[in-house]
Design a protein around this ligand. Structure first.
Ligand SMILES: C[S@@+](CC[C@H](N)C(=O)[O-])C[C@H]1O[C@@H](n2cnc3c(N)ncnc32)[C@H](O)[C@@H]1O
Length: 287
């Protein structure tokens, strides 16, 4: 039997072709290879014809079996890369997306040279947004909330691993008026809330639909901007003068989200496109 790395790569291509394009399968194979052998992917060309050990074969077969069920590679390996750092992920957390890195980058550009301010992330998931901000801008104070206690556990471990201080609490943002301290003010309010409508489900890959937490993804068809509405109201009460609200948004609802904020009295509203040219980020102020 051929137990070379090349043969294993081919078995990935053959077994996953119904699920992913070829280039993505190669990426999945290389991620698993890097994880298990600690070899950098550029070494693959040299090790292609080497035999894998029985332990390595068993690992790659196990990863392949899980990938065949549609499970995302980040959940199988237990981590994802975001803005240059590694974050623990599991079935309770959204896998951080590249679009969200652009949101972090924008905030960093705006607040890097500013002295200590307060920042809150609403719907923090893995904690990737405030942790990345804290790593790049340690001078600021950070808070983060999520409705999911299980996600908060992961976020706390990520903050610990990266040795940054974030105050995490469980909060249903749709009930913030009932529970949130009224005297707390922020200079940065950021959120990447759930924004996918059920109508968009049919465009989605099985590995998202079957494996990522639906509370992190979906809103009702009849209220796609529900979270933006509540978070904007929260911002009206809790933004410091000169503070900024940042949202990641549904690419199909850029105009509607801008209108919502404008009606609520926000000014200097900027709609930014992501690297793929889709409407993705909104930045707004109250004064
Ligand atoms: C799209 S995910 C974003 C996760 C993370 N911030 C990121 O960018 O990768 C949305 C997050 O909002 C949380 N969430 C959903 N409903 C919520 C609610 N009512 N109150 C607070 N957080 C909520 C979910 O648990 C999830 O972690």
């Amino acid at each position: 039997m051929d137990n070379t790395w090349h043969a294993i790569a081919q078995s990935f291509q053959k077994s996953l072709k119904e699920l992913y394009p070829d280039s993505e399968i190669e990426e999945l194979f290389l991620m698993a290879l890097e994880h298990h052998t600690q070899s950098k992917r550029i070494h693959y060309q040299h090790m292609k014809n080497e035999e894998a050990s029985s332990r390595q074969i068993a690992f790659m077969q196990e990863v392949l079996a899980q990938l065949q069920t549609g499970r995302p590679i980040q959940q199988i390996l237990g981590y994802a890369y975001f803005y240059g750092s590694v974050f623990e992920v599991n079935q309770d957390t959204l896998i951080p997306r590249p679009e969200t890195e652009e949101l972090v980058h924008l905030i960093k550009q705006d607040f890097k040279a500013i002295q200590t301010v307060n920042c809150i992330d609403i719907g923090t998931g893995t904690g990737c947004i405030p942790i990345s901000l804290a790593l790049h801008m340690p001078q600021h104070n950070y808070w983060a909330v999520d409705i999911s206690p299980a996600a908060l556990q992961v976020a706390k471990r990520n903050a610990q691993k990266h040795q940054v201080e974030i105050q995490f609490s469980q909060l249903d943002i749709l009930e913030w008026q009932l529970v949130f301290q009224t005297d707390q003010y922020f200079d940065i309010i950021v959120s990447n809330p759930p924004y996918i409508t059920p109508a968009e489900k049919k465009e989605m890959h099985r590995n998202v639909l079957d494996f990522e937490p639906h509370t992190a993804l979906f809103v009702e068809d009849n209220a796609p901007l529900l979270f933006y509405d509540y978070i904007a109201e929260f911002a009206k009460q809790h933004l410091n003068q000169g503070g900024v609200l940042y949202f990641e948004i549904n690419q199909y609802l850029g105009k509607e989200t801008v209108e919502l904020l404008s009606k609520k009295g926000f000014r200097s509203i900027e709609l930014h496109k992501d690297i793929n040219g889709a409407d993705r980020i909104i930045k707004a102020k109250l004064d």
